[in-house]
Design a protein around this ligand. Structure first.
Ligand code: SF4
Length: 466
């Protein structure tokens, strides 16, 4: 089922001209700055003495993983990955990077995204003799690669990529080359920057910042970049007629200090808050954010509405992100321990509470309860995204439509269900006005207009905008 294939991950890759004794430390720093993109497992793969070495661990980058890093290794090429699992599979079998041996050599692969047609391709490969070791989409690429005749690695990988249609940003380590590519639709982000001695590839620009790299560009949709000895070579493996970048990266996933898809995440979120303030039908005393992803929008809201912004909720940063914890029970416990209200700010006030999105409503109802029990007079919840009415099939963990509150209830009904005085969603029209090129984004979880055909789990329908 597609549920098992969904993931949201962070990628880092470094390719240098000369060996650096700081290499592993920098790979670690890059991964550390992408920790928000996945907290279940992490790993690195790097070349040493013509071999690929792998280190993967469950848990946070700063945990046991850091303690086991070979910080004295000096090398030129490596990739790293942070991952979270969505179906309770917090085991090392699916931790990345993956290492594969095939007739094209040894490869390490780090992957962010989801390939909706992967099961069809996999079935065909199994029928013709392939044996799969993991449940990851990345392995399909290796099987496709292995079947391409000849030994030209560049031509083979381009040919294999032409057979994959989906949402993938990937980094591949092959001998001492780092290879970066993004699917032709550009669903998931991937950018690169320059340092004195080479290039850095990362899911978000904040990972470039930590290494002092200068941002150059995003890897274009349908582009592949081969990087070796501090030199890059760019090629197109697919023509990109339609770009559909995931709007949720800007709403929730990316860090506000990052640029993603050429947009400042913080600025886009502030604009969302401005739009919400313009649409408000209530008269709150103060604006508070659900930290951290609601903070930028709350600032925009407060400025536009001329209402004071206050810190009304304190987040414990050591519990992980609610949305990306596996299993409902863990999620419910996480909410309880994650946020604590500042009673002196909240007591007796009418609150505009700004959050990024509402999925099942579990988190929102607990936040409303927390605020009311801290003495809030009214709680008006504002979401800096439209109601999520459809599941995502392109790498983001969303429940089936049956579980999505907005798929089945109006904002008024949702307010009653979660105990809020009102609930306001950002309209899809307003959301589109917050980005420079709305035609280059996917909004399918709000509209059901999927840019490529998908099979819905609960009612088996194939839908596509094209
Ligand atoms: S369906 Fe939603 S979450 Fe999935 S890629 Fe499109 S915008 Fe992103």
């Amino acid at each position: 089922m597609f549920d098992e294939l969904k993931e949201e991950c962070g990628l880092i890759g470094i390719s240098l001209k000369k060996s650096s004794p700081e290499f592993i430390k920098n790979l670690y720093l890059g991964l550390f700055s992408l920790q928000h993109r996945g907290q279940e497992s992490c790993g690195i793969a790097y070349t040493l003495d013509n071999k690929i070495k792998l280190l993967i661990r469950q848990g946070l980058v700063s945990g046991n993983f850091f303690k086991s890093l070979p910080l004295d290794v000096s090398t030129t090429s490596g990739i790293g990955h942070v991952r979270y699992s969505t179906c309770g599979e917090s085991n090392l079998v699916n931790a990345q990077p993956f290492i594969f041996n095939c007739n094209k050599g040894t490869l390490a692969i780090a992957h962010n995204g989801n390939i909706p047609n992967v099961e069809i391709i996999k079935d065909q490969l199994i029928q013709s003799g392939s044996i799969f070791q993991t449940t990851s989409d990345s392995e399909v690429l290796v099987h496709l690669l292995a079947r391409i005749p000849g030994n030209n690695f560049k031509d083979s990988i381009i040919s294999a990529l032409n057979q994959l249609k989906g949402a993938y940003s990937m980094l591949v380590l092959h001998e001492d080359s780092v290879i970066a590519f993004r699917d032709q639709f550009g669903f998931r982000p991937l950018c690169y920057g320059k340092i004195d001695n080479g290039y850095i590839f990362a899911s978000e620009t904040n990972a470039l910042d930590i290494m002092g790299a200068e941002y150059i560009a995003d890897v274009e949709p349908g582009e592949i970049i081969f990087c070796k000895n501090g030199e890059i070579e760019k090629q197109r493996f697919a023509i990109s007629n339609k770009v559909t970048q995931c709007i949720f990266e800007l709403i929730y996933f990316a860090r506000p200090d990052s640029y993603v898809f050429g947009e400042s995440v913080h600025e886009v979120r502030q604009k969302m808050g401005v739009k919400l303030a313009k649409a408000r039908m209530c008269d709150p005393d103060i604006v508070i954010a659900v930290p951290d992803s609601g903070t930028s929008a709350a600032l925009g809201f407060a400025r536009e509405a001329g209402i004071p912004y206050e810190i009304g909720l304190i987040r414990n940063h050591y519990t992980g992100r609610t949305f990306i914890k596996p299993g409902q029970n863990i999620r419910e416990e996480s909410v309880k321990i994650k946020l604590n209200p500042v009673k002196s700010i909240i007591k007796g006030k009418k609150l505009a509470v700004i959050d990024d999105s509402l999925v099942r409503g579990t988190t929102s109802s607990k936040i409303v309860k927390l605020l009311k029990s801290a003495g809030a007079k009214e709680v008006h919840l504002f979401l800096s995204s439209p109601g999520i009415t459809h599941s995502c099939f392109f790498g983001i963990d969303t429940p089936t439509r049956k579980e999505l509150l907005s798929a089945n209830h109006s904002p008024e009904e949702i307010a009653k269900i979660i105990g809020a005085d009102s609930v306001t969603f950002l309209s899809i029209e307003d959301l589109k006005q917050c980005v420079k090129n709305p035609d280059k984004f996917c909004f399918a979880c709000f509209t059901g207009e999927y840019p490529i055909p998908v099979i819905e789990n609960d009612d088996i329908v194939i839908k596509s905008k094209q």
